[in-house]
Design a protein around this ligand. Structure first.
Ligand code: FMN
Length: 582
């Protein structure tokens, strides 16, 4: 029984050496009310923190994102939002009885956008800015913003495919050209915008837009959407800053279908429009510091005060997430029957290679689920250290909870989730310890720090505190300082799960997905392809064709359909290379 039951428990996820270094440089200032579990982990606290910080924020309404300088934070719920008619009316009043001209308002709007961008995205790390301009006022705001960004030290580029031949716009183009700002046609744009730009300013459509975007803007919008779906694969994707309305969104209802642009930043102008309530990015700003009291009174506007002389003001923190509304629209190639490898090990190798090629961080990280003798389950992440026809191997402490579970119940499952590829692989089977010699070999292939860590750690047991682990590690480091071989602790070694079930899942648009599973293989020797949607989990018809070697397809259709494809399970499975991560 853990003595600290009822308190928050924290695991120290350590690569012991870096953990100790971290402790030395950041001694705890107070004793937290946490129990400390010893764990010989393979990652540094910085690594874990790094991954958390690198997590995708888009579309998630994070509550933890901090701007470089938050001057004013106002609860967005107390702020007024305009509908489309009111927004048009405000403009009419400004440019009618209140004597403003459109170019004045555009200048102030563009300046606000540029200052908001500069407030959040520093010129050093986010230097290259592509502004995509539409034919109307929103595009004009973008042109002005590009000019100001140039003067702020950024390197702007402009894509302005449908130029408006009015003096206001031609004048802005001349101003930008005189600064040497490149204008790129749609064809000039690089295939992968991530390679060239750090910021994409979406200045295509504003609040007066209605309907469906036409070429070339439909395609440009889709390119911004695709960027978001494929981010983190190779490099940091550019951030998207939308001016007033994320292009393609409904001015009042927002991203109705959920497959539109999800900007990181929204700069609302004059007052936020209703769709801004649906904005889930990290940075919502208000710009257009020209709204006179008469308009505030007439429309009963509640707007945050602008700080000092600033042209923009942050509106609230990122909105709290409505978890039920969180959804990603997976865009990925179809996983068709004809692409399925008959041998699930080959299929796994293919997908693992894809995950490696996509540059995913730790594609060998997998959730291991075990259950004790009473069937009480528990899950945790472990690192795959090799797989071949004999099974999937990971290493751990034989005194840990997972080890206890496995000694009572050899059934376990593994789960890989390759987020950026919209893929999941489920593997189930029974588990055995790997031979001692194999564990020895692997143990000695690890860095010495990890070897010492494995000895220092009494995994899944409660220890008196960080200092205890720290001291233990230091003592062992001293003991083995002369480069003496470090003996593998007896309670440390590998496990191998021999699969009897695989399922390969590929997410598709609109919550459809393709699933391919090997059911009860190798005895029944077939795979099933299931297509389903998440609302109705289908009637899954499974016919156990007795040892059929021919292929047949069964389609059952009740609203969704299931395709069961029988395929010969290849008897001669080839060997697979070991996963080479450590
Ligand atoms: C990405 C990741 C990889 C991990 N890899 C391992 C591993 O390979 N072996 C291991 O024992 N623990 C690993 N852990 C730590 C486990 O998740 C878990 O905290 C620890 O093994 C104790 O689990 P237990 O008490 O359920 O046995 C990893 C954690 C993470 C987040």
């Amino acid at each position: 029984m853990l003595p600290l039951l009822g308190r928050i428990k924290s695991m120290i996820l350590t690569h012991p050496s870096s953990f100790i270094t971290h402790l030395l440089s950041h001694p705890p200032t107070s004793t937290p009310n946490f129990s400390i579990f010893s764990s010989p982990l393979h990652r540094s606290p910085q690594g874990i923190l790094g991954s958390i910080l690198r997590c995708k924020f888009r579309g998630y309404c994070p509550s933890t994102v901090m701007a470089n300088s938050i001057k004013v934070v106002q609860n967005p719920d107390t702020i007024s939002y305009l509908n489309q008619r009111e927004a048009a009316e405000v403009d009419e009043i400004l440019m009618g009885p209140l004597g403003f001209s459109v170019d004045q308002l555009m200048e102030l709007a563009g300046l606000s956008v540029a200052t908001a961008i500069a407030e959040v995205y520093n010129v050093k790390d986010y230097n290259r800015v592509l502004t995509i301009c539409g034919p109307g006022n929103n595009g004009g705001d973008g042109l002005v913003a590009a000019r100001h960004l140039y003067h702020f030290g950024y390197k702007p580029f402009v894509c302005y495919p449908k130029r408006t031949p009015k003096p206001l716009y031609t004048g802005l183009v001349t101003q930008l050209e005189s600064l040497g700002i490149p204008f790129l046609s749609v064809d000039d744009l690089p295939i992968n915008l991530s390679e060239e730009f750090n910021i994409l300013v979406d200045a295509m459509f504003g609040f007066s837009f209605a309907g469906t975007p036409r070429p070339p803007f439909d395609d440009l919008i889709q390119r911004l959407v695709n960027l978001q779906n494929y981010d983190e694969i190779n490099q940091k994707p550019p951030v998207i800053a939308s001016i007033d309305i994320p292009s393609g969104w409904h001015v009042e209802d927002g991203d109705i279908i959920g497959d539109g642009i999800k900007p990181d930043m929204l700069v609302s102008l004059t007052a936020p429009k209703l769709c801004a309530k649906k904005f889930c990015g990290a940075h919502h700003f208000l710009g257009g510091r020209f709204v006179p009291p008469s308009i505030v009174d007439k429309f009963k506007l509640h707007l945050p005060p602008y700080p000092g002389t600033s042209m923009c003001v942050r509106i609230g923190k990122a909105r709290q997430v409505d978890i039920s509304s969180m959804r990603e629209n997976y865009i990925s190639p179809e996983f068709k029957e004809e692409n399925v490898e008959p041998d699930p090990f080959v299929q796994f190798q293919k997908w693992f290679d894809d995950a490696m090629a996509a540059g995913l961080k730790e594609p060998n990280a997998m959730a291991l689920c075990t259950a004790d003798k009473d069937g009480k389950p528990s899950s945790r992440m472990v690192l795959l250290k090799g797989f071949d026809k004999n099974g999937f191997v990971w290493y751990t402490n034989y005194g840990s909870r997972k080890a206890r579970d496995l000694s009572e119940n050899a059934n376990a499952s593994l789960l890989f989730f390759w987020d950026a590829l919209n893929r999941q692989v489920r593997i189930e089977g029974s588990v055995q310890k790997v031979p001692e010699e194999e564990s020895e070999n692997y143990f000695h292939s690890r860095p010495r720090g990890s070897q010492i860590g494995a000895i220092a750690s009494k995994q899944s047991s409660v220890i008196p505190g960080r200092d205890f682990l720290h001291q233990e590690y230091k003592d062992l480091e001293a003991k083995f300082s002369a480069g003496a071989p470090i003996p593998k602790p007896k309670n440390w070694g590998g496990y191998r799960l021999k699969p009897d079930f695989f399922e390969f899942w590929q997410g598709q648009t609109s919550r459809l997905h393709d699933r391919q599973s090997s059911l009860d293989f190798p005895d029944h020797r077939y795979f099933a392809i299931r297509q389903s949607n998440s609302i109705a989990i289908l009637c899954f018809l499974l016919i156990q064709l007795p040892f059929s070697t021919s292929k047949s397809i069964l389609i059952s259709s009740v609203r969704d359909f299931v395709v069961v494809v029988y395929s010969q399970f290849q008897k001669s499975r080839s060997d697979f290379p070991e996963v080479s991560s450590n």
